[in-house]
Design a protein around this ligand. Structure first.
Ligand SMILES: NC(=O)c1ccc[n+]([C@@H]2O[C@H](COP(=O)([O-])OP(=O)(O)OC[C@H]3O[C@@H](n4cnc5c(N)ncnc54)[C@H](OP(=O)(O)O)[C@@H]3O)[C@@H](O)[C@H]2O)c1
Length: 291
């Protein structure tokens, strides 16, 4: 069989690291390249044998060379909110120019119907990919459990988790689970022109999450729901920049509307196992927080 070259963008991020580890378990390093804005930051990945290329979403001239020779590309969405649609359009144009034959994109759960503002750039990117004519797959990732588990310090210190999510369910999953789904579609046939709604098996409310944190840590932790404007102000008070406070509080209103809940089972089917249980992630995070 002919070797297939897979290029993963933004591989120096947390999701990217999981994707590369999962890819290396399935394909030789010689068939993997990464396109990153800071090649120096990619030294640990280079040490694993993958080829490192310079690919900065904000520097369109880097993108063609970064994708050259690629059969399949995983476009990991940029973290530069507000610039993403334009940045991703540059990657799509380069992929078309370089005759890439399969483009996978990490989108957001229910990108085509979610009303939260985070979905706007994802939907614009999905539409641009469809228009490009390149066979695509949309990995519509739900929330990372790590959005919560990596930020338990304040909940453990103050006994409270704040939000505006009301009793909305969050079918979150770990980055590792989402990464394995990306690798599944990159390394097998039959995924072209499909949109997968990727969500954890176990949907929880913020109150249920707080109860798990309390049970695991042995400390009283409760969820306090706030009106959205109050939650945004609280985030700003904790030092969160206003643009992110707006995004986080707006996302919580989406959670309250059910936009980050999903029972499709797409993630479980793609990775061929149950998704990682919330409790095990919280146990590891609480142990790490206790040092
Ligand atoms: N589902 C969720 O809950 C959730 C939560 C947060 C984010 N996301 C989305 O999922 C993506 C991956 O998540 P993650 O956890 O891996 O995020 P992350 O650790 O913040 O990584 C973001 C990646 O985007 C890269 N990037 C930013 N601007 C770039 C540019 N101009 N050119 C090239 N690369 C650029 C970063 O490069 P550097 O390494 O050089 O900084 C980094 O590799 C995020 O970027 C975001 O779009 C999803």
């Amino acid at each position: 069989m002919l070797a297939v070259m897979i290029v993963v963008t933004a591989a120096t991020g947390k999701l990217g690291h999981h994707v590369i580890d999962a890819l290396l378990a399935k394909v030789p390093a010689s068939e993997i390249a990464i396109a990153v804005r800071d090649p120096d930051k990619a030294k640990p990945l280079a040490a694993k044998g993958v080829t490192v290329r310079h690919g900065d979403y904000s520097k369109p001239e880097t993108l063609g060379p970064a994708l050259r020779g690629a059969d399949k590309v995983l476009l990991v969405s940029s973290s530069e909110v507000g610039q993403r649609a334009r940045q991703h359009a540059g990657v799509i144009a380069a992929a078309r120019e370089e005759k890439v034959s399969f483009l996978a994109y990490t989108s957001i759960l229910h990108a085509d119907r979610a009303k939260m503002s985070l979905a706007v750039e994802h939907l614009a990117t999905e539409e641009a990919i469809k228009k490009s004519g390149i066979p695509w797959v949309f990995l519509r990732n739900g929330w990372y459990i790590e959005n919560y588990s990596e930020n338990l310090g304040s909940a453990l210190a103050h006994g409270a988790m704040l939000g505006s999510a009301q009793s909305g369910k969050i079918a979150a999953a770990t980055r590792r689970d989402f990464a394995e789904a990306a690798v599944a579609v990159l390394t097998a046939e039959g995924h072209a022109n499909k949109a997968y709604e990727l969500a954890g098996d176990e949907a929880f409310t913020m109150s249920e999450l707080a109860a798990v944190v309390a049970a695991v840590s042995g400390k009283p932790v409760a969820y306090q729901d706030l009106p959205v404007a109050e939650y945004k102000q609280a985030l700003i008070g904790f030092g969160v920049p206003e643009i992110y406070a707006e995004l986080l509080s707006d996302s919580d209103t989406g959670i309250a509307r059910g936009e980050l809940d999903d029972r499709s089972g797409d993630l479980r089917r793609l990775i061929g196992r149950a998704t990682t249980p919330l409790r095990s992630v919280i146990e590891a995070a609480v142990a790490a927080a206790k040092g």
